[in-house]
Design a binder for this molecule. Sequence first.
Ligand code: SF4
Length: 72
Amino acid sequence: MSSLNKKYSNNDITVFWQPEKCIHSAKCARSLIQVFNPRRRPWVVMENGSTEDIVQTVQNCPSGALSFEYKS
Ligand code: SF4
């Protein structure tokens, strides 16, 4: 993994973001702006959305820049 990659966690999942893959479609922001807001730092705030909504948004990322795994 590149050192530019970021990860963000809540109690259930960890979301990974690989900026070199991101095509800046802003699909994630349109889907869940409270969590994925590119104008904010950090741009991902896991506390602002449900795990279900975050998973759905991550799965709809067109580039694969966003991915996630469940915590064990
Ligand atoms: S949906 Fe994926 S490709 Fe589009 S801006 Fe978000 S992270 Fe980047």
